[in-house]
Design a protein around this ligand. Sequence first.
Ligand code: ZN
Length: 234
Amino acid sequence: MRCTVLFSALALFVAACDVSLPTSQAPVEEPKWVQTPEEAARSFTEVVRAVEPVAERECRRRATVANCDFLIAVDPNPRAQPNAFQSVDVQGRPVLTFTASLIGSVHNADEMAFVMGHEAAHHIANHLARQRQSSADAAEVFGGLATLTGGGTSDVEKAKELGAVVGARAYAKEFELEADELGTIITWRAGYDPMVGALFFTRIPDPGDKFLGTHPPNKARMETVARTVRSLGG
Ligand SMILES: [Zn+2]
């Protein structure tokens, strides 16, 4: 079991999701730090130590993905917007990246743990591969529809592109809720309070229940967290 915090920007591959604050809400110049940088760094390190081993154990127990050795990376660019995302490096190792401004903008360790648990959950549930598959399948289906309706080559290509976008988004909200559920379990088992941690979302404007929107309404997310905590005996 290895627990690594790597303070460098990494070459990253496709990200499944992020928890970035929308541009209108996000600080444009200097990110607003709720804690001092020292407090935030100390708290982040403690959260990594507590959450990573739990995420790794949960990952191995579920055995949906081959590599469970999480690398926690910090993007040191102080101007990068508050953001956290999951990706996979060239060796297939799961990487959870946090910008310095996200680390500074969480209100407490429970929020940090919840964001980390949520991102780890995306990997454990194999969302990147499932999203790619859903995108590829829908591209084929849409391409087939264009052929049926007598479309030319360029129509078919356009239909495939549209299908790929629709396919990638079709499960986005479902994946977010799945990541919230498993993220709640990880947060809880790591010794943090997921109900407090999930309050992070209440500061992100509610995306509402948009058709093909990529994020579920905040109410649905909070309900998922509350239900999961009850199932854990909380
Ligand atoms: Zn997510």
